[in-house]
Design a protein around this ligand. Structure first.
Ligand code: AMP
Ligand code: MG
Length: 336
């Protein structure tokens, strides 16, 4: 069935900040028409930016064609193109941006650069119905506690070093577990019961996970402790740290909803921590659904719709990527 783009606009969004190449299609009435992706799995070690970028360049044709097919549209039905402009890995971002520019120029339609962190929040709001939540955004590259205040998503707390997802992935790699590490650590943690005393580092409203990683890896290498207990301890401490900062921000802002978004939001233990904090403060807990938790094209397409409808355009000459573009630098022109 063809989708008629008569009184609604259709946005195609490209996500390419890290190891996932995603293409999503969203319409201005808040429907996600497609959300296709292809993930680069490194042969060894963590994400290699140039290898991942090569994967994205090779995969874009198929992922794009697949997304259009699932959405039931032709390329000429698209009204504008959105892309992840940052933050993320330079080579990966550049590959997505190049594809976005080429498509927009070929189709003669506008381009909208989207901040990847804003997109994780907006897909969380859309998919859960949260209106003005306090947000815990946890992923492979970011760990941020944020809320909307005076035109921007303000950052109340964030990691001072590595992201919590990165901490889980790096530990899992050391332990020879499957990639990405979050789900593997979660599964083994269910069999753990002894807390092996890892460092708990919260500084004011900010967090640090690198000490936790180093300490847990050292304990692993010592060979004296059960892997299950190490996974259990890693999760318990990391999620308690996240819970502490989130709870303080929730108490301070008095928001009535608490949204968990980003790849690590798939974790059941973290969800239960967030649910109990929300309950304690009379807030409603909201969890981004699994399909929109990790990096995806739909979140870029939907945030593109919000930005476009509020007048945002990104001319080709200012469409260069910004690998360090912070969440709180973005003016959220679609909210008041
Ligand atoms: P993103 O960067 O948003 O694409 O999210 C990817 C991150 O989510 C990776 O670090 C994964 O290990 C992590 N992740 C995915 N599923 C889970 C899970 N069930 N528990 C913890 N972390 C997870
Ligand atoms: Mg992400």
């Amino acid at each position: 069935m063809r989708v008629e783009a008569i009184d609604r606009t259709i946005c195609l969004g490209i996500e390419s900040t890290a190891d996932n190449l995603g293409v999503g299609v969203a319409s201005s009435d808040g429907i996600i028409l497609a959300n296709e992706s292809s993930t680069h799995v490194p042969e060894e070690g963590g994400i290699h930016p140039r290898e991942a970028a090569r994967h994205h360049a090779a995969a874009i044709g198929n992922v794009l064609t697949g997304a259009l097919k699932i959405a039931g549209i032709e390329a000429t039905d698209i009204n504008f193109i959105a892309f992840s402009q940052g933050p993320g890995l330079g080579p990966c971002l550049r590959t997505g941006a190049t594809a976005a520019r080429a498509l927009a120029a070929f189709l003669g339609i506008p381009l909208v650069g989207v901040n990847h962190c804003v997109a994780h929040i907006e897909i969380g709001r859309l998919s859960t119905g949260a209106e003005d939540p306090l947000v815990l955004y946890v992923s492979g590259g970011n760990t941020i506690v944020s809320g909307f205040e005076a035109g921007r998503y303000r950052i109340f707390g964030e990691t001072l070093d590595i992201a919590v997802g990165n901490c889980l992935d790096a530990f899992a790699r050391e332990a020879g577990l499957a990639y990405p590490g979050g789900p593997a650590v979660e599964k083994l943690a269910l069999e753990g019961e002894t807390l092996v005393d890892p460092p708990y580092i919260v500084k004011g409203m900010d967090l640090s996970f690198s000490g936790l990683l180093t300490s847990t890896v050292q304990k692993l290498r010592s060979g004296h402790l059960r892997l299950e207990d190490l996974c259990f301890s890693l999760q318990e401490v990391a999620y308690a740290m996240l819970g502490e900062v989130t709870e303080r921000a929730l108490a301070h802002t008095e928001k009535e909803e608490l949204l968990l978004t980003g790849g690590v939001a798939a974790n059941k233990r973290l969800r239960s921590v967030i649910a109990s904090i929300a309950e304690e403060h009379g807030a409603s807990p909201r969890f981004v659904p699994q399909g929109y938790a990790a990096d995806n094209g739909a979140m870029i397409a939907w945030t593109g719709v919000l930005a476009y409808e509020s007048g945002v355009r990104t001319p080709i000459e200012s469409s260069y990527i910004d690998s360090r573009w912070r969440l709180d630098e973005v003016e959220i022109s679609w909210r008041s």
